[in-house]
Design a protein around this ligand. Structure first.
Ligand code: PLP
Length: 361
């Protein structure tokens, strides 16, 4: 494909990946039981720990984020136990379904899409029922809402037996997240959103409390058995063949991210969020997400002008930008502008300029 055909992804995953990162995948392969691989695994750990802001280990899996949803609930919810799922969009809804189809008992607090959870909602639920785990999505990609993870974590922390599981798939490295300070037992993410890697590799920062819990569960599954992942991690290895090429890419990307600085990266995303919000409101669009909880990585625009999102996407496609048209039941009624990963403000300006041309303003 010539560079003229290259469509720049403005999607909330998979996102645009820089050429240097794509190229890092073309290193010569190494055997995963070799010293060279152990070296790669070992040098990723402290970088991942810095990125998650944790002292806990970070598992690396050959899967997308969905695999780790399953792993998290299978290793944390006991047969007699229950989990509380906080549902406010397509992804949190799907995670609850993952627990259910794995035979787990769950309760769901469901709020209107576009709203954020409050710590009070969680506090009320925990007063009424003991839970093995509370499952929260940090950044609901379908609605563009960032939930108050820190405040909810403070509530969950008061319960010794309740683990706090956080999906930060589209938040990680774009929206503030401090795993240890915020009392998060599992923070899981995939690669192809704000991490700006190709799809196919996933990461989970996992606390000692989770491993203690896993020991009380007989059937944790096989591929995402955390006790097995732990056994191998201690040898700088993985039970099954890891995604070696993607790990080379992650190694390079983490160097670049840590050179930018995690907090500076959050700030860059927040700045792009503010630019996008200003653009949308000044063009008479609405914003789907509740004020005060709008995501630094993706803005869900309420299509109050009633534009044809298919026409918009075709117009932008001709300018080599691949656009989103909304997700799930709010497709068309909304569309999303992603400003995550390695996107720079100048590129966002180009995207918004293209949309202005489409609107004829
Ligand atoms: C994309 C997404 C997922 C699913 O991740 P995959 O890597 O596609 O399996 C889960 N949660 C959120 C919040 C997402 O945005």
């Amino acid at each position: 494909m010539s560079s003229n055909d290259h469509k720049r992804l403005v999607l909330p995953g998979p996102v645009e990946v820089r050429k240097e990162i794509l190229d890092a995948q073309t290193e010569w392969m190494v055997g995963h039981r070799s010293a060279a691989f152990a070296d790669l695994f070992a040098r990723l750990q402290p970088k991942l720990q810095q990125a998650f802001m944790t002292q806990n280990r970070v598992y690396v899996t050959a899967s997308s984020g969905t695999g780790l949803w399953e792993g998290a609930v299978r290793n944390c919810i006991r047969d007699e136990g229950r989990a509380l799922h906080l549902v406010s969009g397509a992804f949190s809804e799907r995670w609850a379904k993952v627990s259910k189809v794995n035979g787990k008992q769950i309760d769901v607090i469901e709020i209107e899409w576009g709203r954020a959870f409050t710590p009070e909602m969680v506090a009320d639920a925990l007063k009424q029922q003991a839970y093995d785990a509370v499952c929260l999505v940090h950044n609901e990609t379908s609605t563009g809402v960032t939930n108050p993870v820190r405040e909810i974590g403070e509530v969950v922390r008061a319960y010794d037996d309740t683990l706090f599981l956080v999906d930060t798939v589209s938040g990680f490295l774009g929206a503030e997240l401090r795993v240890d300070d915020w009392g998060i037992d599992i923070a899981l993410t995939s690669s192809q959103k704000a991490f700006a890697l190709p799809p196919g590799i996933a990461f989970a920062a996992v606390s000692d409390r989770v491993l203690e819990r896993a020991q009380q569960i007989d059937y944790r599954g096989y591929y995402f058995d955390f006790l097995e992942l732990e056994k191998y991690l201690l040898k700088n290895n993985t039970p099954a063949t890891p995604p070696i090429a993607l790990m080379f890419a992650a190694d390079k990307q983490l160097d670049d991210i840590l050179a930018e600085g995690v907090e500076k990266r959050w700030a860059r995303h927040t700045q792009m969020r503010d630019v996008t919000i200003d653009w949308a409101t000044s063009r008479d669009f609405g914003l789907f997400a509740q004020d005060g909880y709008r995501s630094p990585t993706v803005t869900t625009v309420a299509n109050t002008r009633g534009i044809d999102v298919n026409e918009m996407a075709a117009f932008m496609d001709a300018r080599n930008f691949s656009m989103d048209k909304g997700y799930g039941k709010i497709k068309g009624e909304t569309f999303r502008i992603a400003h995550m990963g390695d996107m720079q403000p100048a590129t966002l300006e180009e995207v918004l300029g293209g949309l202005d041309e489409f609107l004829g303003v």
